[in-house]
Design a protein around this ligand. Sequence first.
Ligand code: BG6
Length: 490
Amino acid sequence: DLTLRKLVPAFVRLLGGDAVDGGLTALVAVGRRPLDSDAYRELVRTSLVRHGEPEDAAGFERLRDRFHYHRLDFSAAASEAGPEGTTGPDGYAGLETALRGHGRGLGPTVGRLYYLAAAPEAFEPIVAGLHAAGMLDETGGYRRVVVEKPFGSDLASARALQKSLVDRVPEERLYRIDHYLGKEMVRSLLGLRFGNRIFEPLWNGAHIDHVQISSCETDGVGTRGGYYEKSGALKDMVQSHLLQMLALVAMEPPASFSPDDIRDAKVAALRSATAEPLEDGGCAVLGQYAAGEVEGASVPGYREEALVEADSDTETFAALKVRIATPRWEGVPFYLRAGKRMDRKGTWILVQFRDPVAKPLYAELATVGADRLAVLVQPEEGFFFEVNTMAAGQGFEIERVRMDYCRSCRIGYGTPLAYERLLADAAAGNPSLFVRWDELETAWSFVESVFVSCRNGACGPAPYAAGSAGPAAARRLVEADGRTWWAPEG
Ligand code: BG6
């Protein structure tokens, strides 16, 4: 699903456009199904026609022969029987031969990205298989391993996975995906913060009242109930995407924009982050969607979804109040929320400034709102400032206006897909937008501390109707502080 929906369109655009391609030339899909390359190409074509942009399907037609298929059951242990040459050491030897064949004529060395778009339990066996077959050896060109999420299911399993991977491939060659880091406006946070005089000096508790990071989805878990039952919103969204965005907003200026300096700054921010205990002693408001209506259609509750237990207590919504223990963020709460089957779809970051300095001095300003910077991550990409100005006319009426930059409106189809950016960066050996092990370990520790606080049912997920704004306790979380959740109109 990931390959067809995200990686293939990204690959088609990278190869077909003028964009940087990082030298990518061919994609070899590896799977256990008995297909040949022609049958696989047909699968890709059908998927692009059905789900993709028309430009992607047309682009694929021009690139068909760059797509190949190779059969290998990478989930099967070496000793397990499988069709000859499709499992164990023979399977990997066959893959090596096929890859060499596809690389023939491309030059003296041919780099490879092994992209693990596979079930998480396959990560370790695949890397072990590649290693045993000598396929991680770099004499023939670079050999990097791109690892999808989830990387572990808790702190202990993430550590165990890390250990088993770095025994075979060094950390510098492990590219852990968090596709939010490839999203245009998440990347742009660095430029916005540090590329302008007007932000960085104000980027602290003296001027900022609070920050909100929201990621709302209208979809339910769909066919991923099996995975989601073992995950839930805290692990699926907060541990990864939300904490990454938080780190980019909260971090101190990095020593340079080198991948390691940026990631050092993010790790430091994450180490300073703690979730604040709420009314019931737990550090999160958790919710689970019940049946309801989304975009005019009735939808089932989470417990009625395929592969979900009828009495499941997996959360599909989480909201937290996070404190960053640094002088910069003294007194500034960061409110985070992520949920499925909500009343709207979108991801955005709100930086809410404090009231105007002059507000107490002038009666005319008594009711004016404070400035805000909203970074719209999706579906619209861009940012805007909301500020006060004098309304046209004779009196002293203040009006609120927006200075708006809609990036997606300007660039449209040409806006690079998150995966396009990430694939190009991995091919170019630039790990800036990938998650380093210590970042991930810190993020897992953070989420684990939330789980510990929630033990004994302190945060047991409260039901919320599908198509609503989440459980009432999430509203109380911000209202108790005299604030409200913000969302862009429309
Ligand atoms: C994935 C989660 O990492 O991100 C999914 O596993 C979630 O549950 C998805 O739906 C959201 O990504 P996007 O790009 O659609 O916001």
